[in-house]
Design a protein around this ligand. Structure first.
Ligand code: HEC
Ligand code: HEC
Length: 374
């Protein structure tokens, strides 16, 4: 068969003509979404980071109700490994119905903030809080020490951390959290259709890039362009990992609000488990300048951490309160956003997009390729 190339950007694949729709500028804007996976760097604040024994122990503990005071929950109850480390529930069900959606725990290694409101500045602190939180695992430091001592994990635990009986219960708590963190660091989403596209663009292999479906390409163009999504969802994780008001109502009842980042900072600034504390194993206290210098302000009210969009098709429902049932609902939310409700001073990025049905479908098609195997 004779192959006709009308311009450099057009190629023939079988019968259908596929093409790269992106302009040179858009190609340049697409490259920073990779490469994927990112290179792994162990966490200097966690001395068992990247330690195979800790990873194995952390994985076992994660799935074991021994981490809750009465055996009622394991971490996996809300972060189910069979369901992309979340559940289908809108809001997590602990000892009461919690205010927020359980985030998927993938791609968390090396972030600056954890939690929807950023109440932790390390992955081990974010793994520690649920163990002692009253509405979640509800252990005390003492009851956790007893539970670990009497569990089948005691040999592995002591092989890494020494005789448990000589350890302060608080140290047992922190060490337990550090094994969980070592495990969570290993959870990453796989390469996707999008990554093959992005890498082909980088290699200038336009024939290969043209295999990426056109609706997804048009969706990406919207994501970069009129939708302005890239202003917050950027980098290889599709998140700036900062806090914004994306127009999701933050009233819990007529009198109560979810304070979002404001509450997260209140928590962080009084927490004993920050990168600036002695519980960090890093003698240089890298990253601790952030918690030392961070300040609360009124504009932090009702802002939430920008979620990663990798693997997003597997983690419905969406938003901090799980209020949007599928990706189409999220896109319609942005399309019809009520700018009157964007309460944060200066949050001038979002505006009503008034997307057509075709555009909604295109954006959804693009988002789905961030989860689809190539
Ligand atoms: C009752 C349900 C529930 C249980 C049990 C639970 N979590 Fe969570 N988890 C949540 C919710 C809800 C959030 C979001 C909390 C927030 O924004 O403050 C969360 C957030 C997290 C985060 C931060 C994720 C991110 O994207 O920043 C980590 C890490 C985490 N949990 C680990 C664990 C570990 C480890 C355990 C077991 C010790 C555990 N969780 C048990 C519901 C749960
Ligand atoms: C101003 C920053 C900002 C912009 C611009 C933005 N987002 Fe978001 N996005 C966020 C934040 C913050 C959240 C979480 C909001 C919440 O839970 O209250 C979010 C949530 C999401 C979610 C849900 C993810 C999850 O796991 O729950 C999706 C999907 C999403 N955004 C896609 C988009 C798309 C598509 C666009 C462009 C039309 C866009 N975003 C524009 C900041 C932004």
């Amino acid at each position: 068969m004779k192959v006709l190339v009308t311009t450099a950007l057009f190629v023939l694949t079988g019968a259908a003509r596929a093409e790269v729709l992106l302009s040179e500028d858009q190609i340049q804007q697409t490259l920073p979404f990779g490469p994927w996976p990112p290179s792994f760097q162990s966490d200097p604040s966690n001395r068992v980071s990247n330690d195979t024994r800790a990873i194995a122990l952390g994985a076992a503990l994660f799935n074991d109700p021994v981490l809750s005071v009465d055996g009622a929950f394991s971490c996996a109850s809300c972060h189910d490994p069979e369901q992309a480390f979340t559940t289908f529930e809108a809001r997590a069900l602990g000892r009461v119905l919690l205010d927020r959606n359980s985030p998927s725990l993938r791609n968390l290694a090396g972030l600056r903030w954890y939690g929807w409101g950023g109440k932790s500045d390390s992955l081990w602190a974010a793994s520690l809080h649920p163990i002692i939180e009253e509405q979640e695992m509800a252990h005390s430091k003492e009851s956790l020490k007893t539970a670990i001592s009497e569990s089948s994990y005691i040999d592995e635990f002591e092989a890494m951390f020494g005789d448990i009986q000589t350890q302060d219960p608080e140290l047992v708590l922190v060490n337990t959290a550090k094994t969980l963190s070592a495990y969570l660091e290993t959870l990453a989403t796989d390469r996707t259709q999008f990554d093959d596209f992005r890498d082909a663009l980088e290699r200038r292999d336009l024939a290969m890039a043209a295999n990426y479906p056109e609706p997804a390409q048009r969706g990406l163009q919207l994501f970069l362009g009129r939708g302005k999504c890239v202003l917050c969802h950027n980098g290889p994780r599709f998140s700036n990992n900062e806090f914004h008001d994306a127009g999701v109502p933050y009233f819990l009842s007529e009198t109560e609000v979810d304070e979002g980042r404001f509450g997260g900072l209140n928590f962080l600034l009084s927490s004993a488990y920050t990168l600036d504390s002695d519980w960090s194993d890093d003698p240089d206290k890298q990253g601790a300048w952030v918690v030392r210098s961070v300040r609360r302000s009124h504009s932090d009210f009702g802002t939430f951490r920008t979620p990663s969009l990798r693997g997003v098709a597997e983690t419905a429902p969406y938003m901090h309160d799980g209020s949007l049932i599928d990706l189409e609902a999220v896109i319609r939310h942005y399309s019809e956003i009520d700018t009157e409700r964007l309460h944060v001073d200066g949050e001038a990025i979002l505006s009503e997009l008034n997307l057509t049905e075709q555009e909604v479908a295109d954006l959804a098609a693009f988002l789905v390729t961030l989860s689809k195997a190539p």
